[in-house]
Write a new protein. Structure first.
Length: 228
């Protein structure tokens, strides 16, 4: 009996953990490094976050696949490569403060929290925001601040931010977000019409001026609008 209890509570969890560690390492190698992402902080973070704990239980077998996964309420957790690419482009380095718009599953926020202590994330769908906040706490990302609101207006009380990552496709770059970007800061945002191909854009603030660069075509869920 004691042997059985030992196997059940100690050996089995270790074996399943190993399975996910391998899936994570393979994800980073074949989906992310092989496509050119080089930032060591990003690669380490992507190897560390338990993505399978952040997707719905019904989709756990797809957690490390090379595509987005539904998370309910018509939303998706982004493809791992896109999360890595956006984090690399935002140039996240220890000591920085970052804002994410579109908490969703909490995955992007967890990736940021592996690198930096100050992570702010806003979700417009209450159920997703509260579920992500719970899961992030359980996984040990206790410092991540989650707010339920329309991210269009950013998070004024905690601005300015070194980096802003927007994970829903907006038809234009929200001016409040540009305002809340630090001098020298970077924003990465998909811009374009809902349900069409959008452009992933890198926005930089230099000497008060805004410089934008198109990175690649992407397909994100639409940026919703709510009350201020
Ligand atoms: N970053 C998420 C991806 C979520 S998909 C992850 O890692 O899982 C995009 C999310 O943006 C959805 O959850 C959607 O509800 C949210 N969203 C859309 N418009 C928003 C807005 N105006 N403010 C905040 N969140 C928004």
């Amino acid at each position: 009996m004691i042997k059985l209890i030992f196997i059940f509570f100690f050996i089995l969890p270790l074996l399943t953990q190993d399975k996910y560690t391998k899936l994570r390492n393979d994800m980073v190698k074949f989906q992310i490094e092989d496509r050119g992402v080089k930032d060591k902080y990003v690669l380490d973070a992507m190897r560390a976050v338990f993505r399978h704990e952040l997707v719905p239980a019904s989709h756990i077998s797809q957690a490390y696949n090379d595509h987005p996964v539904p998370i309910g309420y018509g939303q998706t957790i982004s493809q791992p490569y896109i999360v890595a690419l956006m984090t690399e482009l935002a140039d996240i380095k220890p000591g920085m403060k970052a804002l994410e718009i579109g908490t969703g599953s909490g995955y992007q926020a967890a990736v940021l929290a592996e690198i930096i202590d100050s992570v702010y994330t806003i979700e417009i769908i209450k159920e997703l925001g509260t579920s992500a906040a719970d899961k992030l706490k359980k996984l040990g990302y206790k410092k991540v601040q989650v707010k339920i609101a329309d991210g269009y207006y950013g998070w004024k009380e905690s601005a300015p931010f070194d980096a802003i990552i927007v994970t829903a496709a907006a038809e234009h770059i929200p001016p409040p977000l540009i305002e809340q970007l630090k001098e020298g800061g970077k924003m990465i945002i998909p811009v374009g019409h809902p349900f069409q191909v959008q452009n992933l854009m890198l926005v930089e603030k230099k000497e008060g001026k805004i410089k934008t660069k198109n990175i690649l075509p992407v397909r994100f869920v639409p940026f919703k609008r709510g009350k201020e």
